[in-house]
Design a protein. Structure first.
Length: 390
């Protein structure tokens, strides 16, 4: 608890709050280590065992590569270069795909909200979680239709700080548990449960857990291109370090069969580490998932209105989003929704990589163009073949 409080004091310090780079970093950082942090650890621990840290490194490396393509596009846009008709059309297609990805991600966030919301109660069942998720969808629909999200969006800054402080406490608790386990039993090398093509497609289906860096692309009204590029890099590097340390501490200090894999498995694991951590995790999950859902609902509504030339109003877009989200909630489990969200974001990243490849080729930077083209192909592969945890 001391670590949580100390981290909270640090994050609330005026010096940090006044830093332009830190403020620009907060949005992508919070998105990257939001929902994924809650579900990724148990998935990798159960599925990949002792190889989980390597899988985590691969996920963050792929995300950083996609981030490089987006950063390249940000830099070229800032230079005011004329864009070809092909690039403009791909950019519009990317906006459509991103709006669709937001719709699925809202379902992902709110299904996690529902699962964590009932996890420490007597109503801890899949149907009860879906009922709670549906109720929150109704709240978001009502607020979006009647008043807009300005008031709810103020939760973002608070939830970001809460999430980061609780993650700091979780990592400290895991470090202590790891040290005690190694001292008494040695490092636990758990075998992988998946391999080959199944392992690769499972990793493809987890891209959404390291997604969020692309938000820097859309902060142009607040920050210049140089700041957005630096903030995206910083957010990706910091989140990669946090994720890899987290996975190492988690994977090598828990006996196989300790947990049953579900969306709230992290709670059971943290009960072993420290009794206070499950309560803190649930608090972080509820605030983080709700604020993230509000942000993506607002973003999706704005994008759909822009793409349609305002023929579809944001309010109608919210209606469609809620309808799709509730359908997903009652039709699929959380791991399937994660996979669909990953594939949607991978399609968006593929289109951004295509734009970067075309631009680099036009500038006769053939090496960069080839790298971006290969990245676009990888994004298409992820979109086509990503699979959920079984």
């Amino acid at each position: 608890m001391t670590v949580v409080i100390a981290t909270g004091v640090l994050l609330a310090s005026p010096r940090l709050a006044k830093s332009t780079l830190w403020r620009a970093t907060i949005t992508p950082l919070a998105s990257i280590i939001g929902s994924g942090f809650l579900v990724l650890g148990p998935i990798l621990e159960v599925s990949f065992g002792l190889f989980a840290p390597l899988v985590m490194l691969a996920l963050t490396a792929v995300a950083y590569a996609f981030g490089a393509a987006i950063r390249y596009n940000i830099r070229r846009m800032d230079m005011g270069q004329a864009r070809s008709l092909v690039v403009e059309r791909i950019e519009k297609a990317a906006s459509v795909v991103l709006a669709f990805a937001y719709v699925i991600s809202v379902a992902y966030y709110l299904n996690l909200f529902g699962s964590f919301g009932v996890s420490l109660t007597s109503l801890d069942s899949a149907n009860d979680a879906r009922v709670l998720t549906t109720a929150v969808f109704a709240v978001i629909f009502f607020v979006g239709w009647t008043k807009g999200f300005a008031a709810l969006e103020r939760m973002e800054q608070v939830s970001v700080g809460l999430k980061l402080t609780i993650i700091a406490g979780l990592l400290f608790g895991l470090a202590v548990h790891f040290a005690e386990t190694v001292r008494s039993d040695g490092i636990l090398l758990n075998p992988a449960q998946v391999s080959g093509w199944s392992a690769l497609t499972l990793v493809f289906g987890l891209i959404v857990t390291v997604q969020g860096f692309e938000t820097s692309r859309y902060l142009g009204d607040t920050y210049d291109a140089k700041t957005r590029i630096r903030s995206m890099k910083l957010a990706q590097i910091v989140s990669a370090v946090i994720y890899v340390v987290y996975i190492v501490l988690l994977v090598y200090a828990f006996v196989p069969g300790t947990i049953e894999l579900d969306e709230t498995a992290i709670i059971g694991m943290m009960q072993i580490v420290a009794p206070i951590l499950p309560v803190l995790l649930v608090a972080a999950a509820l605030s983080a998932q709700f604020s993230a859902a509000v942000a993506d609902t607002s973003g999706s509504g704005g994008l759909i209105a822009e793409i349609s030339g305002n023929r579809v109003s944001p309010r109608l877009a919210y209606t469609l989003l809620v309808a799709v989200g509730v359908t997903l909630t009652w039709s699929f489990n959380i791991f399937e929704i994660i996979s669909y969200a990953s594939r949607a974001f991978a399609a968006y990243y593929a289109l951004q990589a295509m734009i970067a490849a075309i631009t680099a080729y036009a500038e006769r930077r053939h090496g960069a163009a080839s790298a971006f083209a290969a990245l676009a192909c990888l994004g298409i592969g992820i979109a086509l073949f990503g699979q959920p945890v079984e």
